[in-house]
Design a protein around this ligand. Structure first.
Ligand SMILES: *[C@@H]1O[C@H](CO)[C@@H](O)[C@H](O)[C@H]1NC(C)=O
Ligand SMILES: *[C@@H]1O[C@H](CO)[C@@H](O)[C@H](O)[C@H]1NC(C)=O
Ligand SMILES: *[C@@H]1O[C@H](CO)[C@@H](O)[C@H](O)[C@H]1NC(C)=O
Ligand SMILES: *[C@@H]1O[C@H](CO)[C@@H](O)[C@H](O)[C@H]1NC(C)=O
Ligand SMILES: *[C@@H]1O[C@H](CO)[C@@H](O)[C@H](O)[C@H]1NC(C)=O
Length: 225
């Protein structure tokens, strides 16, 4: 009896410590920054220029995601929606503290939504670059800068990944009116030297049931302009 109990305790300890290691290994400095790194590596390997990681544009990407209010179904398929361009000036820029006069043209966008959190490199290849259209958007020669964001709604699934591209000038487009990036949670965005742990800022609550749920349905969609 005592032995059985001890074994159970040991099993539980092993399970929880391995789960903890697993969680720790997924903590990254900022998944949105990592996504930009992967994306730029792919562009330069394809003889395209590396893009400037603009924190203002990235903050807008996070706002763009928030416009979906966690509705994966609105990202693709029959009920696909896309925020109106006017939202950039009316809502997104003010929420980010970006001077509207510094908004530059958006030359491409990538958006994906999945019920499961994956690492940035995998999000790049298996969500955002899932079809040819994604690569066309990525390799567009007009882009000069990029901004990426990832978020889990209310800190949990579903997970949205958004990348916006622009042809703006790096030091004079998407400028924060007080000069510093306005960080908001939940969600992480690139370019702001903002440490944003995927576990604490995105998904802590949902992680356990995500593991248990195993293979989940994924809704994936990509569109350009
Ligand atoms: C978890 O990590 C610690 C230290 O990093 C290690 O000592 C321990 O063996 C690991 N546990 C498992 C189950 O891998
Ligand atoms: C760029 O990404 C695409 C899509 O994931 C992949 O097929 C291709 O091999 C990548 N290119 C390089 C050079 O990594
Ligand atoms: C680049 O921009 C020019 C001028 O706006 C446009 O005519 C052209 O179609 C764009 N190229 C791509 C690949 O989008
Ligand atoms: C922005 O960059 C351009 C060229 O890269 C440079 O001429 C200009 O002085 C810069 N402006 C500011 C405000 O840093
Ligand atoms: C990220 O994790 C580190 C170490 O666990 C912690 O010190 C830091 O406060 C975390 N940052 C955020 C934004 O949660």
């Amino acid at each position: 009896m005592a032995t059985g109990f001890s074994l159970l305790v040991i099993a539980l300890l092993l399970f929880s410590s391995s789960a903890e290691n697993h969680t720790k290994s997924e903590v990254t400095a900022n998944p949105a920054d990592e996504l930009v790194e992967v994306l730029n590596k792919n562009r330069t390997a394809n003889k395209n220029s590396a893009l400037y990681d603009n924190p203002g544009l990235a903050c807008l990407s996070l706002q763009y995601i928030k416009a979906y209010q966690g509705d994966c179904g609105a990202v693709g398929g029959a009920n696909a929606k896309k925020p109106a361009d006017s939202e950039f000036t009316e809502t997104f820029a003010p929420n980010c503290g970006i001077e509207v006069s510094t908004l530059a043209q958006i030359t491409g966008r990538l958006l994906g939504c999945e019920t499961k959190y994956v690492k940035p490199a995998e999000a790049f290849s298996s969500i955002l670059m899932k079809n040819e259209k994604g690569l066309d958007i990525l390799y567009n020669k007009n882009h000069t800068e990029v901004g990426a964001a990832v978020t889990g709604t209310d800190g949990g699934a579903p997970y949205f990944w958004c990348v916006l591209f622009s042809n703006g000038k790096s030091n004079s487009s998407f400028v924060f009116s007080d000069g510093v990036a306005k960080i908001s949670r939940p969600g992480c965005f690139s370019g702001a030297n903002d440490e944003c742990n995927s576990s604490t800022s995105l998904s802590l609550k949902s992680r356990w049931y995500l593991y248990l749920a195993g293979a989940l349905m994924a809704v994936i969609y990509i569109f350009g302009l």
